[in-house]
Ligand binder design. Structure first.
Ligand SMILES: Nc1ncnc2c1ncn2[C@@H]1O[C@H](COP(=O)(O)OP(=O)(O)OP(=O)(O)O)[C@@H](O)[C@H]1O
Length: 252
């Protein structure tokens, strides 16, 4: 669904080649500065590849999509999303629904479905600038999911999120990962960057581990090994096994 072919941005990332498949949750891991945001920006069509690199979505080069088409085919949550000033929570979601024809009955149903897991009901009437960081993030996640919800957007193909768990408490981190998995199961290619290695092991269908701009490893969660963590993150871990789950525990 989302294909990178020798994607390069000088001194940031690449060359990277690989495919993030439809129906799968791909989690990007890697140290600070390893290129995760740069890769996501390229996937969103927000930055071009240098040289002969290409990014294709549903078989078509991203440069061949108009801005309007891109807005319907993919949504992206940026790492440091800027909140429009002076709005209330429900107005942010109404803005997100605008390219899909506004706040239709179907859009309201999607918002109602997201409200439980993301804890939105108490946030709708609040001014955005009075919300805590995590509360703002939950609304921004909801707005991003709304844009590519298959119930209101049949053109949706790709959901991109740069550190969606940043600032979220544990309950909402898990709720967000379950939602992302659900959107993947509904046919989207879902790609998100994440810093929690254990959550990546637990929730990813596929993992891409970036190191100094290159793919150090990719595949199922089993590619995350103590050796990889030592090489890429310079952290020594030991592995605990519990009920079929692997937990990486940093050693003192
Ligand atoms: N606008 C820019 N101009 C020049 N270099 C940049 C720019 N943005 C990012 N970089 C550099 O590109 C590299 C990759 O940055 P990127 O933001 O993609 O990393 P990241 O893996 O998302 O990091 P983090 O986990 O800290 O968010 C870093 O070395 C960074 O300093």
């Amino acid at each position: 669904m989302l294909e990178f072919e020798n994607f390069i941005q000088a001194r940031r990332v690449g060359p990277v080649s690989g495919e993030c498949a439809a129906g799968r949750l791909t989690l990007l891991i890697g140290p600070n500065g390893s290129g995760k945001s740069s890769l996501l920006a390229g996937a969103a069509g927000l930055s071009d590849s240098d040289g002969k690199g290409r990014v294709r979505l549903a078989g078509k080069d991203l440069s061949g999509y108009s801005l309007h088409e891109l807005a319907r085919h993919r949504a992206m949550l940026a790492q440091q999303a800027v909140l429009p000033h002076g709005l209330r929570g429900y107005e942010l979601l109404a803005l997100a629904a605008e390219p899909l024809g506004g706040v239709s009955e179907a859009a309201c149903r999607v918002m109602a479905e997201l409200a439980g897991p993301l804890g939105l009901n108490s946030l709708y009437n609040r001014q955005l600038d009075t919300l805590s960081g995590g509360e703002q993030q939950r609304l921004l996640i909801a707005g991003t999911l709304l844009q590519v919800d298959p119930a209101i957007n049949p053109d949706a193909r790709l959901l991109l999120l740069d550190e969606p768990l940043a600032g979220l408490d544990w309950h909402h981190q898990l709720a967000t990962l379950r939602l992302l998995r659900g959107y993947a199961q509904r046919g989207l290619a879902v790609v998100a960057s994440i810093h929690d290695i254990n959550l990546a092991c637990q929730y990813a269908d596929d993992v891409w581990c970036l190191h100094k701009g290159k793919l150090a490893a990719f595949g199922g969660p089993e590619v995350i090994t103590p050796q990889l963590i030592a090489e890429v993150f310079e952290v020594k871990v030991r592995v605990l096994e519990q009920d079929g789950h692997r937990i990486m525990l940093p050693e003192e």
